[in-house]
Design a protein. Sequence first.
Length: 131
Amino acid sequence: MGGFLQACGGALIAVILYLTLGKQGKDLGIVLTVGACCMILLLGLQYLQPVMELLSQLECIGALDGNLVKILLKAAGIGFLSEIACLVCTDAGNSALGKALQIAGSCTVLWLSVPLFRGLLELLQKILGGA
């Protein structure tokens, strides 16, 4: 909980500094925004440790392929990164570039998901072929 409160405090300080800089310091404001986003991400990473332990337990209990869990984690990471990049681009006044990054992130997640879809298709073929 402390990391979340630190992230909120850091974000509020960054917003106040950004507003203080105004239009004259727009370039510096963008650098400030990117720096604050990185700080918040690093603070938020501490909350992923229990999630990783749970996924490891599920992988062992369910005899899941480790690559499937890695694909899910990569997809989540790509989603987070593309959203943050989109917001930074929008903040910088280039929302078209931000939307393009979101689309590229979605396409990358779909590309990563191909092995999952293939596994699902094979499972359906086994079920339907065996019935």
